[in-house]
Design a binder for this molecule. Structure first.
Ligand code: NAG
Ligand code: NAG
Ligand code: NAG
Ligand code: NAG
Ligand code: NAG
Ligand code: NAG
Length: 609
């Protein structure tokens, strides 16, 4: 009872102050200016939206060392294929992608002083790598970066000089594990039986999906292994169009794999953190939750590389190749503040359910876990394929939001026909496609009869009119949901002429135990597909727009649909380029957007907004 608490504290502190002159200090880029200095000292232990250091998962493949085959030359399974990247192992292969962390030099340590560096919480242990740039050390890659461990002890010389550290993550935050990306790095020094510590908070960057206001770097499409095919012609036509766009844009042709849907097997995103000159970023391609879709393997086999990583969602959902889980059913609203006042600084994902059926839980969990773009769920069960890109898109505009919404509008599509009929062209054939219509196995929506259907035929077909009214109701219902969220005047919405046809089918076929790719709809509902190649389902490239050529009726040599489409995109100053996708995509249920993908700018300082 001899010593009061106050005396005890005083004694301890005096002792410590005497033997351990300086408090250990660990610093990261807390103020996010890309360098570590005195401005990072304050408020570094609590991470907030405004302040706190950021690190990224180092999941590219800088030396392209990741294989797609095993030792016997057999293809790796999906999971094994996805496991390899620059952070799988104990070596820091790409120091540029690791966040800098530093401890301050300390003087007046005794010779047997020791230091440790470790992470909290426990779940960070295998997910966050901390490397020490050890003078004189050299690993097999001629690098002086050495992996540390909580048991690793730094001696007095090293801690006296100050430690130069680098931090990266080995995996993404997915929502399916306890790892939420938040970590505290603790620096602990023991000298003369006194232990003191300091810590700094870091958070792993979220994976953000791109929106249409971001600049395009590369357009992707699927190559064709048959130079005479409609896909080969589509690719050539895309190439020609991209060359004509001011400045030009590169087209990357992915190796043919038996399907033309470059949009659907993945969703491109990115992670980024502050760098000294500009954001440091890694592209993250999230494979769609369709484990049997072979094209999805391209994420790892063909696209993973320097600065580009892939992600395979966890097991338990996304089995098979269900259309609801395609990338075309994932789009992103550009940044906005909602009517209820929530600021979506990185925009917000939209995806669609099919009445009672939802996209794979693993993908929804992944999106929600990033905490930045939680999905808004629309309804696409009224469509045969059922992707959001079939009826809605976001376009740059100079309004207060910086963007507007475009939707496919069947009433406008009918109006174009009615106007032509009124002008005396009722006997004109609606479909002017003049190419070869020889059926092929996947051309499930090919309908050669349209070659004989006139404007009068269509406008007097009550079922066709009812189908279009039905489609319009669902488009409007989805638009209403978007407009309840996004503070945009309905008058500013761009309505792109569209026409639907009813392809309600008796599927599913049962195939080898796999869930069917397309679903039977619920009683009382229809399933629609685009009657003519759909303009709204196109590719936004800044102020250029690549649309499917509609192949509408030719009136005095002109297609009034082409004119209407140019006019509506012209309202936001976009230049429309038409590409023929009739036999390559349209008759298989998709259009230009579905047949392409875009790799956009990843150097986004998301932490500033
Ligand atoms: C370290 O110790 C020396 C000699 O004991 C003393 O002169 C110096 O001021 C001390 N430095 C610090 C930073 O405490
Ligand atoms: C490491 O350096 C040595 C000597 O300069 C060189 O021969 C070797 O190829 C280097 N190894 C790697 C992995 O770069
Ligand atoms: C302290 O550690 C460094 C780096 O491992 C080593 O070079 C140095 O010899 C060590 N010093 C002592 C006194 O053990
Ligand atoms: C540290 O504690 C041990 C055990 O209590 C003691 O033997 C040793 O002398 C102490 N060392 C110092 C530097 O105080
Ligand atoms: C279109 O009509 C012509 C003549 O009426 C007929 O010969 C042809 O088979 C029809 N084509 C289709 C695809 O129905
Ligand atoms: C289109 O461009 C014109 C002329 O540059 C400009 O005044 C107008 O605001 C633009 N409109 C939109 C919607 O971007």
């Amino acid at each position: 009872m001899g010593v009061s608490l106050q005396q005890f504290l005083l004694a301890t502190c005096t002792h410590a102050a005497f033997t351990l002159a300086a408090q250990p200090q660990i610093l990261a880029d807390t103020n996010r200016d890309g360098v570590i200095n005195d401005l990072d000292i304050n408020n570094k232990q609590a991470w907030t939206d405004q302040r706190g250091a950021i690190f990224i998962p180092n999941i590219g493949d800088i030396h392209q060392r990741c294989s797609a085959i095993d030792a016997n030359g057999q293809p790796l399974g999906n999971r094994e294929l996805s496991m390899c990247n620059d952070a799988s192992g104990d070596t820091l292969l790409v120091p540029e992608y690791a966040a800098p962390v530093r401890t301050s030099p300390l003087s007046n340590l005794s010779a047997d002083a020791m230091g440790r560096i470790y992470t909290r919480p426990e779940s960070a242990l295998d997910r966050v790598r901390i490397f020490w740039n050890q003078y004189g050390y050299e690993n097999a890659y001629n690098s002086s970066w050495r992996l540390t461990d909580p048991q690793f002890l730094f001696n007095a010389t090293s801690i006296g000089q100050g430690l130069e550290l680098a931090v990266d993550a080995t995996e993404l935050v997915t929502g399916s594990t306890s790892w939420d990306g938040r970590v505290s790095i603790v620096y602990e020094i023991t000298d003369a039986n006194v232990t003191r510590s300091d810590s700094v908070a870091l958070q792993q960057a979220p994976v953000l999906f791109h929106h249409h206001l971001q600049g395009v770097e590369t357009v992707l499409t699927m190559d064709s292994d048959d130079t005479t095919s409609s896909q080969a012609r589509f690719v050539q036509s895309m190439q020609n169009t991209l060359e004509r766009i001011p400045g030009g844009l590169p087209l990357r042709k992915l190796e043919a794999v038996g399907e033309p849907w470059a949009q659907d097997f993945m969703e491109p995103g990115y992670v980024s953190m502050p760098g000294p000159d500009r954001p440091i970023s890694i592209r993250v391609l999230v494979r769609s939750a369709q484990s049997t879709r072979v094209a999805g393997r391209k994420v790892f086999e063909e696209l993973r590389g320097p600065g580009v990583g892939g992600h395979q969602l966890g097991p338990g959902s996304g089995f098979g190749h269900e259309e609801i889980n395609s990338g075309g059913n994932i789009e992103t609203i550009p940044p906005y503040t909602s009517r209820s006042g929530k600021h979506w600084a990185q925009g917000r994902i939209i995806t669609a359910k099919h009445f009672g059926k939802y996209p794979a839980q693993s993908m929804i969990d992944f999106m929600v876990a990033q905490e930045a773009q939680s999905p808004l769920i629309l309804e696409a069960g009224w469509l045969a394929v059922g992707h959001v890109d079939e009826f809605v898109q976001f376009l740059p505009s100079d309004n207060h939001l910086g963007f507007t919404i475009a939707v496919g509008d069947a009433m406008l599509g009918l109006e174009v026909l009615q106007r032509a009929q009124y002008d005396g062209h009722g006997s004109t054939i609606v479909n002017s496609f003049d190419g070869d219509m020889t059926p092929y196995p996947n051309a499930i929506f090919l309908d050669p009869e349209t070659r004989n259907t006139t404007i009068d035929n269509l406008l007097s077909d009550d079922d066709f009119i009812q189908t279009n009214k039905y489609g319009q109701r669902y488009v409007q219902q989805n638009l209403d949901l978007l407009l309840q969220e996004i503070p945009l005047d309905e008058a500013e919405v761009l309505r792109v002429p569209a026409l639907w046809r009813d392809v309600t089918y008796p599927w599913p076929l049962t195939l080898d135990g796999l869930p069917p790719r397309l679903h039977r709809t619920i009683p009382g509902e229809r399933q629609l597909a685009a009657y003519m190649p759909a303009a709204v389902n196109g590719l936004v490239l800044g102020s250029d727009y690549i649309s499917a050529k509609p192949w509408g009726p030719l009136i005095n040599g002109q297609d009034p649909f082409e004119k209407a489409i140019r006019d509506v995109y012209g309202r936001v100053n976009m230049t429309v380029h038409f590409v023929d996708d009739y036999m390559s995509h349209h008759v298989q249920g998709g259009e230009v957007h579905c047949g392409t993908n875009s790799l956009r700018d990843t150097s986004v300082p998301w932490w500033n907004t």
